[in-house]
Design a binder for this molecule. Structure first.
Ligand code: NAP
Length: 485
């Protein structure tokens, strides 16, 4: 009676796109009738596979839960129908309840789709435990990284990669083929010991983001605290000047560009450390310290954090004229000038300064946006190595240079005046610009011909005599042509 309570698709309609399997198609058995089983059954049917679901109690499954073409049987009945592949769509703590099916499942491929219960589990993985329980079967780990939702939304959706591993090459090949047939991109992860890594993969909470986010928060708190102390608290304590209203927007908007600038410098700093280490060691074949490795791996995230802060700073800047305090100051200044009968003088230097810093800021944000877009896998994957290096290094350093120029034009000669150092503290943009300027100077230093040539040789495999265990008979030169000694 009520249209709103009626489902958009009836159960028969929702399974209508699942083709009925032809009797000669392979039979895949799924043990368990939960969410994953239902979605998997629909996807397999859609690929023309005959599906048999084994459940503890057939009568308990409401009609319409599975498409009509799926055969529902007892666990024993389903196990007797297995051609080759059985999906274990139940939680690992219930694997032992299936021990009665051991002989029926002997020689069959058991696909363990379970996830780990927590990140730091010790001992064998779920798949390894399943292999211990069913020693005569061939256990394959896979499909756990795909959610029931992904399985249902079909092959048109984004999340198509499935990691698969097994100690049996034959069993793994069969599951890899089935995954491909279902429209996934299977990735062979090797032996069953890889299942530990595969099982915890869905539990990670943005693992590569924790460092960059922590750094951004620490920097923000530092600059916010610095701005609060210098621009709000000390003036209040020293002169009774109440400007606490600045905390909500002004201090935030002073801190954001500082964080953006420093995090952008932190994207390029590890590359300089790596280059210096290679130059000093005279080889690229010695591993970097682990802290440097980790730092290099999170450069993309640091860059995106920088982009976010810069974009927020831009939005805050655009909102500035809407502020009550801006309007108040502007109208008051105009009123005082009218009252005094004076005109605002043309300030040539001020005009250049504001135009230059705004222009550099907008261009810097534009280049940063390009960098952020190319960090998307779909865009980044379409670039070849040279294009990627040009974007990430060439454009990246352009963004850093423009951002530094934006800051320097904003400061103009103010940093050289004594009044800029109220309470002996430099303005926060001077503090923020120090590291990026140092990064840029070091980068220019590395571009000097005698240094860049040596670095290029090292990166093409040349090693200094001090490090080279065997005499190099064919030293590699920068343009890639070997010279006979
Ligand atoms: P679920 O909805 O709770 O289904 C689990 C099924 O296990 C039950 O419906 C039950 O079916 C069966 N089962 C067999 N023996 C059992 C026993 N002794 N006690 C209790 N249940 C028993 O769970 P699910 O979401 O489908 O997840 C199943 C497995 O898939 C889990 O290992 C999970 O980690 C994995 N997985 C799930 C998803 C997802 O999106 N849901 C994604 C990736 C991986 P019968 O009553 O018919 O026997």
């Amino acid at each position: 009676a009520d249209d709103m309570t009626a489902p958009l698709l009836s159960a028969s309609e929702s399974s209508a796109d699942a083709q009925p399997a032809c009797p000669s198609s392979p039979t895949v058995v799924i043990l368990g009738s939960g969410d994953f089983s239902r979605s998997l059954a629909m996807r397999l049917l859609g690929c023309g596979v005959r599906v048999v679901v084994g459940t503890r109690c057939v009568n308990r499954i409401p009609s319409g839960l599975f498409p009509d073409a799926v055969e529902l049987k007892s666990q024993e009945g389903a196990a007797s129908q297995v051609d080759c592949v059985v999906f274990m769509a139940l939680f690992p703590e219930h694997y032992s309840s299936l021990l009665g099916l051991r002989s029926a499942l002997a020689g069959k491929v058991l696909v363990d789709v379970s996830n780990a219960a927590e990140m730091n589990t010790r001992g064998p993985s779920n798949a390894e435990r399943l292999a211990e329980l069913f020693p005569d079967s061939l256990v394959v780990k896979g499909f756990n990284t795909v959610s029931a939702w992904d399985l249902q939304t079909g092959a048109h959706d984004g999340s198509k990669q499935v990691s698969i591993c097994s100690d049996s090459a034959n069993a793994k090949r069969k599951v890899l083929q089935l995954a491909q047939h279902m429209g996934f991109h299977p990735v062979d992860m090797g032996g069953l010991s890889a299942s530990r890594e595969i099982e915890v993969a869905p539990l990670g909470l943005f693992p590569s983001w924790s460092g960059p986010i922590l750094v951004a928060f620490l920097l923000f708190f530092f600059f916010y605290g610095y701005g609060f102390l210098r621009g709000v608290l000390l003036p209040f304590l020293a002169q009774g000047h109440n400007v606490f209203y600045r905390l909500a927007l002004d201090v935030v908007n002073e801190s954001l560009p500082a964080v953006a600038l420093v995090t952008l410098a932190l994207v390029y700093l590890p590359g300089l450390f790596a280059a210096s280490l290679q130059l000093w060691r005279g080889t690229k074949y010695r591993r970097f310290p682990s802290w440097l490795d980790k730092w290099m791996q999170c450069r993309k995230e640091l860059g995106l954090v920088s982009f976010l802060c810069a974009a927020l700073h831009g939005v805050f800047g655009i909102c500035a004229p809407l502020r009550r305090v801006t309007q108040h100051k502007f109208i008051n200044a105009a009123y005082k000038q009218v009252e005094a009968g004076v005109e605002e003088p043309w300030d040539e230097v001020g005009v250049w300064r504001s135009d230059l810093y705004l222009s550099c800021g907008v261009l810097g944000l534009g280049v940063l946006s390009l960098l952020a877009i190319t960090s998307l896998p779909s865009v980044g994957n379409s670039l070849n190595w040279r294009e990627f290096t040009f974007v990430q290094s060439g454009l990246g350093y352009s963004a850093l240079t423009l951002s530094i120029m934006h800051t320097l034009f904003f400061g103009w000669d103010f940093a050289f005046h004594a009044e800029a150092y109220s309470f002996y503290m430099p303005p926060s943009y001077v503090v923020a610009a120090a590291l990026p300027c140092a990064v840029l100077v070091c980068r220019c230093f590395l571009l000097l011909p005698f240094i860049s040539t040596r670095l290029a040789r090292i990166r093409r495999g040349w090693e200094s005599r001090r490090n080279c265990p065997v005499l190099q008979r064919h030293p590699v030169v920068a343009n890639g042509i070997s010279q006979q000694v």
